[in-house]
Design a protein around this ligand. Structure first.
Ligand SMILES: C[S@@+](CC[C@H](N)C(=O)[O-])C[C@H]1O[C@@H](n2cnc3c(N)ncnc32)[C@H](O)[C@@H]1O
Length: 325
């Protein structure tokens, strides 16, 4: 078995809820594993340990920079003389999973660790962070058409306010949207610093202090909108389940209450089977449960993990197993 060999740099991503994911996915040698959010490969490394050099691992990420981490991952396993077959597929996970399912590729374990990686957040030039002044971008896939720059400069005031409210739960969504529209009439937003300053000025002075950086929620909201993170998740879950073999497991780590709600409702529906109205005396739909819930309540990081990795704070893990095809 290969130990956790990938060398880490200070800004590398620390895999969240790693042991819990491992336990729930319970990967066995010889299985097919899909890491749909490869990032720096932290979770893949642990799942590969569980494959003990025998099995297949498909790594997916829409960020081209994940490929260099994958190349390193592959090289380490090759050096260790293992028979692990791994490949990297660059793309949006709902599309890649749908294509794999359409091509009858089957999986025993699928992981989705949602959101951004530390490498994305910590590289100012990617424009995800309010903490550094950089071009306003926030695209996970740098070839995608819509960046935060277009969204902030082109969306109308109502749409911006809705995005800030819905995806960021920002209390001052309307005031911030109004300030953005007013400011961009003079000159368009180009940099994260400009945007961050405008947000700060738009909110009442007492609200600028406490509860994190004043631009935190708006930046999160823009990132979710730019990358259509909720739409991708909604489309990915059924595709992932189509790929799973009976007995296969799926685990999803989310960082936003809307993501967790999507996962929770999906698992609940798939585990219920029958979709007849409750007043029907007998079942007429004949639908069988497809999933069995493995986590009635979401699994949260423990104190030790939170101390070591504050970025795990909002993580919630849910998992399910496929009971029929
Ligand atoms: C939280 S990081 C994953 C970190 C990884 N588990 C690790 O331990 O290194 C999320 C990764 O998923 C990718 N990602 C997010 N949404 C995606 C989507 N819809 N399709 C493909 N990749 C996505 C991001 O680019 C990022 O690299």
């Amino acid at each position: 078995m290969l130990p956790n060999v990938l060398p880490r740099s200070a800004s590398d991503h620390v895999p969240v809820l790693a042991e819990e994911v491992r336990e729930l996915l319970a990967v066995q040698p010889g299985e097919n594993v899909v890491d749909a959010t490869f990032g720096a490969g932290g979770h893949s490394q642990l799942l590969a340990d569980d494959l003990r050099g025998d099995g297949k691992l498909i790594a997916i990420d829409r960020d081209a920079s994940a490929k260099s981490y994958f190349d390193r991952f592959k090289a380490q396993h090759r050096l260790a003389g293992e028979g692990l077959h791994s490949r990297f597929l660059r793309g949006e996970f709902s599309l890649v999973l749908s294509q794999l399912a359409a091509n009858d590729v089957q999986a025993d374990a699928i992981l989705l660790d949602l959101g951004v990686s530390s490498m994305q957040l910590d590289r100012p030039e990617r424009g995800f962070s309010y903490a550094a002044d950089a071009p306003l971008d926030m695209r996970m896939d740098t070839a995608a058409e819509l960046s935060a720059r277009e969204l902030v400069n082109d969306a109308d005031e109502r749409e911006l306010a809705l995005i800030f409210k819905r995806f960021g739960e920002e209390r001052y969504a309307r005031q911030i949207a109004r300030a953005i529209v007013r400011r961009r009439e003079e000159r368009p937003f180009e940099r994260t610093g400009d945007l961050s300053d405008t947000i700060k000025q738009a909110i009442p002075t007492p609200a600028r202090f406490g509860d994190g950086h004043p631009a935190k929620r708006v930046f999160q909201a823009l990132r979710i909108a730019v990358n259509d993170e909720l739409g991708a998740l909604e489309a990915a879950l059924p595709a992932a389940v189509r790929m799973l073999r009976p007995g296969g497991r799926i685990a999803v780590i989310s960082f936003h209450s809307l993501e967790d709600r999507i996962v929770k409702q999906f698992v609940r529906e798939q585990a219920r089977g029958c979709t007849c109205p409750p007043e029907f005396p007998i079942c007429t739909c004949g639908n069988e449960p497809v999933l069995r819930d493995l986590t009635r309540k979401p699994v949260r990081p423990g104190q030790r993990e939170l101390e070591a990795n504050p970025r795990a704070a909002s993580a919630k893990l849910r998992a399910a197993t496929k009971v029929s095809s």
